[in-house]
Write a protein that binds this ligand. Sequence first.
Ligand SMILES: [Zn+2]
Length: 239
Amino acid sequence: MPADRLPSPERVLVVAAHPDDIEFGAAGTVARWVDEGAQVRYLLATRGDKGSDDGTIDPEALAVRREAEQRSAAAELGVAGVDFLGEPDGQVEPSLRLRERITYAVRRFQPEIVMGHDPTVLFVNNEWVNHPDHRALGLVTVDAVFPTARDPLNFPEHLRDGLDPWKVAELFLWSTNEANQIVDIGDTLDRKVAALRCHESQFRSFAETERWVRRTAEELGERAGYRAAEGFRRVMLAR
Ligand SMILES: [Zn+2]
């Protein structure tokens, strides 16, 4: 086991609200798992159709562009697949309907680890407000994992579709104020940046974003003795 005690899963499902969330939050860790031979899939709640400061842009054209950017970013790391739920950007709610959709994805893919937004965070490091879609989707992801996907009487129609109940072993939640897992991404920081760069529609000056991402990763890494790091709230559900 590596010094940061990162587990070696076979399958990881990453559930995010918008294109680019995974690249900011988790791509360095995803790259490590892919390198080890893990199968990683992304599940995006929205296509990012509100992600522009240009009020005249066509939201559908923006969504098409951002979906393609997300697929390129995933391909950059060797991610096995990307699915979009097509929820409206900016209006994600922790509904039972959405919980059912995420539960279905968990039962179908059977990941040992699910990564997502930490739903408890309203202010990230007192530096910015956590997007309401992040909070809502984080909550519904945790609820889908535990106990919904685990217990067979929840959404029994899935079982009639041939799916089985599924116990996720661990949650890894990003943009957290309470990181208890610091992951060494010294060897994958460049690929995290390369994946982030795919989201061209989101950056007026990528150089500035790149400097910020590298500095943040390096500062966190310094605290643990790594060249660069990502931090997660890691919750062990099954041992
Ligand atoms: Zn987002």
